[in-house]
Design a protein around this ligand. Structure first.
Ligand SMILES: Nc1nc2c([nH]c(=O)n2[C@H]2C[C@H](O)[C@@H](COP(=O)(O)OP(=O)(O)OP(=O)(O)O)O2)c(=O)[nH]1
Length: 140
C-alpha cells in the first residue's frame, strides 16, 4: 500500500537582534521523540501552511508569531509511518510565553551552532540552509 502523505508546517523562529534561531526538542513520548525540530505540526484541511504554522505555535507554546519567508524548499522524507512533506517559514515572536507543551526544551542557536544538534532526519536539508543564513537579513 502507498504510504500516507503527512503535510507539516514548521517555523524557524529568529531573534534578529541576537542573530539566533530557535530549535525545539520534541517530547520523548512523541514520534521521533527526543530529537530537535522546527516547532509546528500537521496542516489541517482547509488551512494554508502559514495558518497551520501560526495555529501550532499557539497550541505548543501559547505564543503568537509573525510568519515571514520560507526557509529553503519543501522537503519530502519517507519514514516507516508515512511520507512527511515539511514546509518551514522564518517567523518572529510577538509574545514570549514559551509554555513547553510539546517540547522538553528550546534553545537559541547561532547559524554556526545549528548543525551541532541531533535534528529529526527530514530536517537535514533545511538545517544546512539555516547554517548559511544571516538571520538579521530576513525581511518580514
Ligand atoms: N513539527 C515538526 N514536525 C516534523 C519536523 N520534521 C519532521 O520530520 N516532522 C514530522 C514529525 C511528525 O511525524 C510530523 C509532525 O507531526 P506532529 O506530531 O509534530 O504534529 P501535530 O502537532 O499536528 O501532532 P499530533 O497532534 O498528531 O500529535 O512531522 C519538524 O521539523 N517539525
Amino acid at each position: 500500500m502507498a504510504k500516507k502523505i503527512i503535510r507539516v508546517a514548521g517555523v524557524a523562529i529568529i531573534d534578529q537582534k541576537e542573530n539566533k534561531v530557535l530549535a525545539g526538542k520534541r517530547n520523548a513520548d512523541r514520534l521521533v521523540g527526543g530529537m530537535w525540530e522546527f516547532p509546528g505540526g500537521k496542516i489541517e484541511k482547509g488551512e494554508t501552511p502559514q495558518e497551520a504554522a501560526k495555529r501550532e505555535l499557539e497550541e505548543e507554546f501559547h505564543d503568537e508569531v509573525k510568519i515571514g519567508p520560507q526557509l529553503g524548499k519543501t522537503v519530502s522524507y519517507e519514514y516507516d509511518f508515512g511520507i512527511v512533506e515539511l514546509t518551514v517559514f522564518f517567523a518572529k515572536l510577538l509574545t514570549h510565553n514559551f509554555d513547553l507543551i510539546a517540547h522538553s526544551k528550546v534553545e537559541w542557536l547561532s547559524a554556526d551552532q545549528v548543525a551541532n544538534l541531533k535534528w529529526v532526519p527530514a530536517d537535514a536539508p533545511l538545517v544546512k540552509e539555516l547554517a548559511k543564513t544571516s538571520f538579521k537579513d530576513i525581511n518580514f
